[in-house]
Design a protein around this ligand. Structure first.
Ligand SMILES: [Zn+2]
Length: 376
């Protein structure tokens, strides 16, 4: 048996042991019998069009086959195993979002094993996505479930009656809305240079409200220096500060050019609000009914981590390398690596020397799945 086969068999054995210990209800999705399942060993999906009629059948499948990747359909079908797709007959469709990478790219020391910095950004993107779903679309928080993707992202599932009935077109509109307006001009109205600049007023909602709030907050707090940073002359800036309340009253009416000199500043300010508020989602996951998504609580073959469900109230503290670690036994495993590694795992900084070493099973599986180590 060559090294890669030995590693693969070991992983399968460990995944088999893990799935033997889970409760069927703990791992089954809602309406299990109407879902299409997919599983993978080499690739993320080697098999699909699989129907598993109950939580018990799903668990038996996972224990027997020990797949390295498991996914299921967002759609609920009358005949989940039927082929081609049209013969499955979709009855409903969960509304799903996948955030795979941070929306805002910032310079940092990226860690290729697991980047806490990138994940922190993904976590705040997830919170903003939930704010859109609850605040802008009116979904109930109780019907929104969040789980770790098992790798470096997050998945959000909305399962309310309204969400299940949304058409593909409605999903496309929701996805586009969350990704944000193309530019500031989409929220500000000016037909040409000479026309008056009109923008959202105090009664607007959604993205327009975000733009209005940002402008209002700016006007409320702006100092003479802040205004001069936007290219205003000192005397004009001083006048704006002195007559702040008049400018704010005009802004509340949607008259954005009441403050002479700021016409050019508003697009920059509104552009900044869009960039900070939007969320970059993997759109086809939301809009393609045929897509499969990782099964929450299943193991990810690229990390050995659980696609852990996360309590919405504790989203801000969720750390995959603590809460999604599936293998926590004290067993020691002999591995070898090509180069020394240092990383945080389960609340400790781990150092692995180049060459052979004996390390805890959970850490060993993480490195094996990442392709950074092999069994010695
Ligand atoms: Zn990073």
């Amino acid at each position: 048996m060559d090294a890669s086969n030995k590693n693969f068999e070991f992983l399968k054995q460990k995944f088999h042991e893990h799935y033997s210990s889970v409760s069927p209800e703990g791992i089954a999705p809602s309406d299990c019998a109407s879902r299409e399942f997919g599983a993978g060993w080499d690739k993320k999906i080697d098999w699909r069009h699989l129907a598993l009629a109950s939580a018990f059948e799903l668990k038996s499948f996972l224990v027997r086959e020990a797949p390295l990747y498991v996914s299921y359909s967002a759609a609920h079908y009358e005949a989940p195993a039927a082929q081609p797709m049209e013969r499955k007959n979709a009855k409903a469709w969960d509304l799903i979002f996948d955030i795979d990478a941070p929306t805002l790219k910032v310079e940092h020391q990226h860690n290729e094993l697991f980047c806490a910095k990138c994940f922190e950004a993904v976590r705040s993107d997830t919170q903003r996505l939930i704010d859109f779903l609850v605040g802008d679309f009116g979904f109930n928080e109780k019907e929104i479930a969040v789980n770790f993707s098992g790798s470096k992202g997050m998945h959000v599932h909305v399962t309310s009656e309204e969400a299940l009935r949304l058409t593909q077109d409605a999903r496309k509109q929701i996805a586009a809305y969350i990704k944000g307006p193309k530019d500031a001009a989409a929220l500000l109205m000016q037909y040409d240079e000479k026309a008056p600049l009109r923008g959202p007023n105090a009664t607007t909602s959604g993205w327009k409200r975000r733009a209005f709030n940002a402008a209002k907050e700016f006007l409320e707090k702006a100092t003479v220096e802040d205004l001069m940073d936007y290219g205003l002359r000192r005397d004009r800036a001083q006048r704006i500060v002195a007559e702040r309340s008049v400018a704010l009253a005009r802004l509340a009416e949607g008259v954005w050019d009441a403050v002479a000199g700021l016409e050019k500043a508003w697009p920059t300010l509104v552009g900044g609000v869009i960039a900070r508020s939007r969320v970059e989602i993997d759109e086809p996951v939301t809009t393609d009914a045929a897509r499969l998504i990782r099964l929450p609580e299943s193991l990810h073959g690229g990390s050995s981590l659980r696609a852990a469900r996360i309590d919405l109230k504790r989203l801000g503290e969720f750390d995959p390398l603590k809460q999604a670690v599936a293998f926590k036994s004290g067993k020691m495993i002999k591995i070898k690596t090509q180069r020394p590694l240092e990383f945080d795992f389960d609340d400790e900084t781990r150092c692995v020397e180049e060459g052979e070493s004996e390390i805890h099973e959970g850490v060993a599986l993480f490195l094996l799945c990442k392709g950074k180590a092999e069994l010695a």
